[in-house]
Design a protein around this ligand. Structure first.
Ligand code: ATP
Ligand code: MG
Length: 349
């Protein structure tokens, strides 16, 4: 039975990198026999232009019915003064699909280790995943207000929200090096104290996994100084936002990194971590790697389709080793020429 993938190309460079990624997926699937179908839906700014809404009902229905969702990027200056913002579409789809866990692998492509600000031998061995809670915490806590001389945000967590994200972290660790680090600020925050209590309750269910705790300030330093000490980091929404951008920076290339947003049940949403890059849109130079890696993450995590994912990743690495890369990585390739080179590598296998 063919796997159904909902495609949300979005805005600015979104359709450019989505087109590249889907061409590469098609070439690899032809060789491995991976059986899938895609349906494309409007989402974000382009959906506002077409329908007046960033998340049209038909897009949500299509996404809900799919086995996985691939999103490129949305938003940009064109909609700065629009009555609805493209980003509201993203918040709405996360909410509707209960996408509570944002999973960001941090690894440096072997062909790009010199671009990382880390020492080469550390960069080569860096391989950790940040599991960020995505639906609660200070982003959503009530009450909140903004007055002229005072403002309030509320960091609030329910037991059930903490349990499910910590379990997601342990499950992931079971498939990796079996090490979970809970990152918090338990010396000052009540929410962090509850996280620690619940983590200590859950840990005995996973006797094979080692768990430790780290304050977020210490973790921020270690991501730069000792990134190889991490396997799976589990953390709340705001800390995860900050740490995952820091982690992206240590790999040295924003344009290469994917993410998965996972729900309770139902499809995961896969997308690059970067935005729609309006400054380079239409120039044909967007780096397709973040989209390609979003696709391989989907193949592995939603479809257990390791052979197709390996084929694509090996072809991408070989292409980088041959020096064929877009300007953000120091090369002179266009999106199209890099994509064609990767497809040639795939067909050579
Ligand atoms: P957002 O708020 O949506 O995350 P942002 O302000 O962080 O957006 P991005 O769109 O992520 O900005 O882009 C940041 C910089 O990185 C820009 O200069 C952009 O051109 C560059 N960039 C982002 N993605 C890519 C890519 N795939 N290829 C090349 N350059 C990229
Ligand atoms: Mg950004």
């Amino acid at each position: 039975m063919s796997r159904q993938i909902a495609i949300l190309p979005g805005d600015y460079i979104g359709p450019e990198i989505m087109g590249a990624g889907l061409k590469i997926l098609a070439a690899a699937a032809k060789i491995t026999g991976f059986d899938y179908e895609t349906t494309t839906y409007p989402f974000g700014g382009s959906a506002i232009d077409a329908t007046g809404e960033p998340l049209p009902a038909s897009t949500l229905a299509g996404a809900q019915a799919a086995d996985a969702i691939l999103l490129a990027a949305i938003g940009g200056p064109k909609w700065d003064n629009a009555p609805q913002r493209p980003e509201q579409g993203l918040l709405a789809i996360r909410k509707a699909l209960h996408l509570f866990a944002n999973i960001r692998p941090t690894q440096v492509n072997p062909a790009l280790v010199e671009r990382s600000p880390l020492k080469t031998e550390i960069a080569r061995d860096t391989d950790f995943v940040i599991v960020r809670e995505l639906t609660s915490g200070i982003y959503f806590g009530e009450p909140r207000f903004l007055h002229d001389d005072e403002a309030l945000d509320t960091m609030r967590y329910q037991r059930s929200e903490i349990e499910r994200i910590i379990k997601a972290g342990f499950e992931l660790a079971m498939q990796r090096r079996k090490h979970v680090t809970i990152v918090d600020k338990a010396n000052v925050l009540a929410t962090s104290k509850l996280w620690r209590k619940i983590a200590n309750e859950i840990a005995p269910q996973y006797p094979a996994v080692t768990m430790d705790f780290e304050y977020v300030d210490a973790a921020a330093m270690k991501i730069v100084t000792h990134p190889t000490s991490f396997d799976v980091i589990v953390t709340e929404n705001l800390f995860g936002d900050i740490l995952s951008d820091e982690a992206a920076t240590v790999t040295g290339s924003l344009g290469t990194i994917p993410s998965e947003s996972r729900g309770v049940s139902g499809p995961s949403l896969y997308e690059p971590i970067h935005g729609s890059a309006p400054d380079i849109a239409g120039k044909g130079i967007a780096d397709p790697l973040s989209m390609i890696h979003s696709i391989t993450l989907m193949l592995r995590n939603s479809f257990q389709e390791t052979a197709t994912a390996d084929l694509i990743e090996q072809a991408a690495t070989a292409t980088l080793h041959a020096g064929i890369m877009t300007p953000d990585l120091g090369g002179t390739a266009t999106t199209d020429s890099m994509t064609d080179a990767i497809i040639t590598e795939i067909q050579r296998k």
